[in-house]
Design a binder for this molecule. Structure first.
Ligand code: ADP
Ligand code: MG
Length: 142
């Protein structure tokens, strides 16, 4: 895994608590370049589709509810070895297990409302980025 792109979501709880700015600041301070970004409110169908890989897990419906509870920020981030570097920066899924200084340690409320999403592979980074952004979004220069 040494691709240059990863995908992130700032989840509803973190947006509500006005953590967009602090989280983007940490992302930039750690050398990630923001390639594409927008704020939006997921529909239930969109959240179900995004997390379809987890549909058999006991927390699936609660996760979908939480992810549709308010606006989110979605962004494509660029850095060498982006997926691995960003997983390190966000910390463990469960914030009580996350290392000091990680985004989840600083800003997560719980294992479910854990402040941010980060892709787990180069392949999923592309799939997840394409879920939210079209080619024209990434290159609107004119
Ligand atoms: P990660 O986001 O660290 O890759 P997973 O892919 O395993 O973690 O899970 C996706 C999301 O589902 C997590 O970020 C979190 O919001 C939620 N989640 C994971 N495990 C639990 C759990 N045991 N209880 C409630 N929500 C969970
Ligand atoms: Mg995951």
């Amino acid at each position: 895994m040494n691709g240059k792109i990863t995908f992130t979501i700032i989840k509803p709880g973190a947006v509500e608590k006005e953590f967009i700015g602090p989280i983007l600041n940490i992302i930039n301070e750690n050398g990630f370049h923001i390639v594409a970004m927008k704020l939006l409110h997921l529909t239930q169908a969109e959240a179900e589709a995004f997390y379809a890989v987890h549909k058999e897990r006991p927390f699936y419906s609660s996760l979908v509810e939480s992810m549709t509870s308010g606006p989110i920020v979605v962004a494509i981030l660029e850095k060498d070895n982006a997926v691995e570097e960003y997983r390190k920066l966000i910390g463990a899924t469960d914030p009580s297990q996350a290392e000091e200084g990680t985004i989840r340690k600083l800003y997560a409320e719980s294992i479910e409302a854990n402040a941010v999403h980060g892709s787990d592979s180069d392949e999923n980074a592309i799939i997840e980025g394409n879920f939210f952004f079209s080619t024209s979004d990434k290159f609107f220069k004119s």
